[in-house]
Ligand binder design. Structure first.
Ligand SMILES: [Zn+2]
Length: 916
């Protein structure tokens, strides 16, 4: 036999190069055919673990934020499933709403001439196409879940459950219709939710306006004027009051332009702003004394009364606030106390109504600013005008400014359930922990939820009005409609007449002539998605409350919020037991990615270069709870890490291929039969495994995977796999020592493969396909490693000493190599004196021969006190060249007596025996 052929070199079909972009799509198909998701959920000895998917919007391609979200969820689903749980995971999509309407309109459909029923069918068609497209992107990431039966907010059964939620709330008295200023987008002609608002800087006119006193109530002289300041002159036609802070001190000042009233503390600023040449304090009084003073509206024949509010601040303006309850939230609330009703002379297009008089009627509100200024000037009440730039709310979809506008809307009351919501938040586990505070603050500050939208594509608000306008809130009416929707979908609302939508023979005393009218508003999409616990978990018999919601941190005000409100209002419980949030994905320079900035990164492009598993490793190695970065160079560094993992598995697989594994390694507990160094590595493996499991349970993927990477490089690649090469390659196939090492390699491989499967499922599938002891077709079907306590802590401490010892020797060997004393380390004869008793004991336990193998040197001599040599951490080391003969097979050096020459080759006793 040739020497070369006699060596047991690693053999495996597991390739060094990943070629993930080619292999992964094939595995996606394989998993689909093998029905991996269905099979893995056939049983769950620990019961069910429900991670409920938050529905992304069904429009556009997958972006990096979606990718991160999908991958993190898949880590959890795969992990929990292998750990023994059934893990039903139903992908969801948010399929109603304005963006889809806009896309359909853009495609050439005229919304005004198309019947609403048909228009909605087109929206549905568009949404379904988008869902299919996004689904294939998710599959490419390797995510497991129910692709065949995703939940869509447009599905009849989902809509039926949502209407059920509305009905329950209405019956509980938590739904009401009111006139209220809400964010109104003239560009979308619709009310907007807080979550649909973004802020941009815009130029604004700011004006100081004098309101002359009509009745000073013996506090304010009747020839004085109150000075207000506003950044929205177009709201002055809707002015009904002026608000003062009851605790502040106000003054009447004699000025060159007459007597003016404002906050005393602001005198200097106001003198400067209004360029006053004279300003003398005449008298002062507390704000609360101003209550009830009557002023004249600056240009209408109407009163404006002084009211009080604590929210008035002293940092800008005049300390007197112009109040238009139809155009502002605070204004509305403070007026509520005084019984002043919202007044809104601006229509849905954002144009001033007839009420504003001939000069303003018909003007777009922004254009009305200039005309209002003119009118103020003509009435000699404009004290100052200047332009400033300030942050102003905009429509997140059209990016155009929005206004506050009082309109009839449907609301969900928050106040009656606010305390319950807050205590429910405290009962949920939040990760990161600040999520709890954030959520409590969100709920504390949250006003009643405006749930109506004046659009076409959504779930209709299921209200039918009687002849006199009374809305029908009756269980049997709702039940009837819920049934209709379950059978036909919500488009039935637009197909059937009012009579057909009501139960047969329905009468109502408010409709003596049997005439009814249906509501035309639809529901806020957050009411859709916030109903998913009912439309999916309850509907499909999945665990409710769910174990986990896992979404981006924007969902504290979005889906986490709306889901909590609806679940608590209907059933008195939070819909989730735990919430985990992740940050946003930014570009390399921490800039937000956007189409307009041109810095968007297409995840599919990255996947097609590096592979989904590299992207998954990226997701595991970032601190996802913060905002994170992605770029091609970043993914490239991750792919280097990936290669290390791949190489480790390649080594393990390659060295399991020779030998009769089946017979030798059935037993897992081989501690007593193994050498000390083997047990060290198995003890480390146990430690890594246990902490990996703890980290997975805490969603701490970065620590889990970093530990494994460190283990692979420090303990395997530079230690155990290095020192066992001689045994694996040169020992006899059936030598006990080789089998012992293979036992360890098998344990390493089988454990690491299962540990890493939730993170790198494609690669682990490839590992498993090449694993000689494979017993399942997919790693997903193996049980997850469990935490164990087989090995003592002492073993780990000893390992650490041994590694220190080895490092000391390797340092000296390296020096000897550099200075030419030796060529390879096998040529070295090492003399060592140990510095500490602990080290001595460990080394003695292992034995001199084994130590030489661990150091990969020809011999080690231990002396009590070494003369000269390098002093390291735990020993003193001296290296000399072995003057013996090199074995041509294993390359170790031996005394001439031990070497035999056969056919011109020098062989050591071991190698000689094997070649025989
Ligand atoms: Zn040899």
């Amino acid at each position: 036999m040739e020497i070369k052929e006699s060596l047991l070199m690693p053999k495996t079909n597991f390739e060094m190069r990943g070629n993930l972009n080619k292999k992964e799509p094939i595995l996606v198909d394989k998993w689909n055919k093998e029905k991996v998701y269905e099979k893995m959920n056939e049983e769950g000895k620990l019961g069910e673990y429900a991670l409920h998917d938050g529905p992304p919007y069904a429009n556009g391609a997958m972006h990096c934020g979606h990718m991160l979200n999908r991958i993190l969820k898949d880590f959890v689903v795969r992990y929990k499933n292998m750990s023994g749980y059934r893990t039903p995971f139903v992908f969801g999509w948010d399929t109603h709403g304005l963006p889809i309407e806009n896309m359909v309109t853009k495609s050439g459909v005229n919304r005004k001439t198309t019947p609403i029923f048909d228009f909605r069918e087109l929206c549905k068609e568009y949404a379904l196409k988008q869902v299919e497209r996004q689904k294939s992107d998710i599959r490419r990431l390797g995510c497991l879940g129910d692709y065949d039966n995703p939940y869509l907010t447009l599905l009849p059964e989902f809509e039926a459950r949502e209407i059920e939620n509305f009905a329950t709330l209405a019956e509980k008295g938590l739904i009401y219709k009111g006139l209220k200023p809400v964010y109104w987008s003239p560009s979308s002609e619709s009310a907007l939710a807080e979550a649909e608002i973004e802020y941009h800087d815009v130029k604004a006119y700011t004006v100081y306006v004098a309101f002359s006193v009509k009745d000073g109530k013996n506090i304010v002289p009747n020839d004085a004027s109150l000075v207000i300041w506003t950044t929205t002159p177009w709201t002055l036609p809707a002015n009904l009051a002026i608000c003062a802070n009851p605790k502040f001190v106000y003054g009447v000042f004699a000025t060159n332009i007459g007597k003016l009233v404002f906050l005393s503390d602001l005198k200097d600023q106001i003198v400067e702003k209004l360029s006053l040449t004279q300003c003398d304090l005449l008298e002062e009084f507390k704000g609360k004394e101003l209550e009830g003073v009557i002023c004249k509206h600056p240009f209408y024949d109407r009163d404006s009364v002084v009211i009080l509010g604590d929210y008035v601040t002293a940092d800008s303006g005049t300390g007197l606030v112009h109040i238009a309850p139809g155009h502002g939230e605070d204004d509305y609330l403070v007026c509520l106390k005084y019984g002043i009703k919202p007044y809104c002379p601006v229509d849905e297009h954002g144009k001033m109504t007839e009420d504003c008089g001939p000069r303003l009627a018909g003007l777009f509100y922004e254009d009305a600013n200039a005309e209002v200024l003119k009118i103020l000037e003509e009435n000699h009440v404009l004290l100052k005008e200047e332009d400033i730039v300030h942050s102003y709310p905009h429509d997140w979809r059209t990016h155009k400014p929005v206004i506050f506008r009082a309109t009839p809307q449907w609301f969900c009351s928050i106040e009656p359930i606010r305390e319950d919501l807050i205590s429910a938040i405290h009962g949920v586990k939040w990760e990161p922990a600040w999520g709890e505070t954030r959520m409590v603050n969100m709920i504390k500050d949250r006003n009643d939820w405006c749930i109506s939208r004046q659009r076409a594509w959504g779930v209709p608000i299921p209200i039918i009005y009687c002849e006199d306008g009374t809305p029908i809130v009756e269980k049997k009416v709702f039940d009837h409609f819920v049934q209709l929707v379950r059978e036909n979908g919500s488009n039935i609302w637009y197909k059937l007449s009012e009579k057909e939508l009501l139960p047969e023979g329905y009468t109502n005393k408010h409709s003596p002539n049997g005439i009814f009218r249906k509501e035309t508003d639809i529901m806020d999409v957050w009411f859709d998605s916030g109903s998913s616990w009912n439309g999916v978990l309850v509907e499909r018999g999945i665990k409710y409350p769910a174990d986990l919601y896992l979404e981006g941190s924007d969902q504290y005000r979005g889906w986490f919020n709306s889901s909590l409100i609806l679940s608590l209002a209907v059933n008195g419980v939070a819909p989730y037991k735990q919430v985990v949030s992740h940050g946003f994905v930014m570009d390399e320079h921490w800039e937000k990615m956007s189409k307009s900035a041109g810095n968007g990164i297409d995840p599919l492009k990255i996947i097609n270069i590096y592979g989904a598993d590299v992207c998954r490793l990226w997701a595991a190695l970032i601190d996802y709870q913060q905002d994170v970065r992605i770029s091609e160079p970043i993914v490239k560094t991750i792919s280097d890490q990936y290669r290390k993992i791949r190489n480790t598995f390649k080594f393990l697989l390659g060295n399991l291929s020779n030998g009769s594994l089946e017979d030798s390694f059935k037993e897992t507990d081989k501690q007593t039969e193994l050498e000390t160094v083997d047990n060290y590595i198995l003890a480390r493996l146990e430690q890594v495994k246990n902490s990996f499991i703890d980290n997975m349970n805490n969603f701490n993927f970065i620590n889990a995977v970093s530990d494994v990477l460190k283990f692979m490089s420090d303990d395997l690649s530079s230690f155990y796999l290095d020192i066992t090469k001689d045994i694996l390659y040169c020992d006899d196939k059936n030598s006990t020592r080789r089998k012992q090492v293979q036992t360890v390699l098998n344990e390493l491989l089988f454990t690491l493969m299962r540990l890493l499967n939730p993170i790198l499922p494609f690669t682990m599938d490839e590992v498993n396909s090449n694993y000689p002891l494979r017993s399942e077709n997919n790693v997903q079907f193996y049980a997850y490693p469990e935490k164990t306590n087989k090995y003592s802590r002492e073993l780990l401490e000893e390992l650490s000493f041994l590694k220190d010892f080895r490092n000391d020797v390797l340092k000296t060997l390296e020096e000897a190599r550099t200075s030419g004393v030796i060529g390879s380390s096998q040529e070295a004869r090492v003399t060592v004196s140990l510095l500490g008793d602990t080290t001595k004991k460990i080394i003695e336990d292992i034995g001199e021969e084994e130590i030489a193998l661990i150091l990969i040197v020809s011999s080690v001599d231990f002396v009590v006190d070494l003369d000269g040599g390098n002093e390291g951490k735990v020993c003193k080391v001296k290296v000399t060249k072995h003057d013996g003969i090199k074995c041509d097979r294993c390359w170790n050096y031996f005394e001439p007596n031990d070497i035999t020459e056969i056919n011109g080759a020098h062989l050591c006793p071991r190698c000689q025996k094997i070649l025989k």
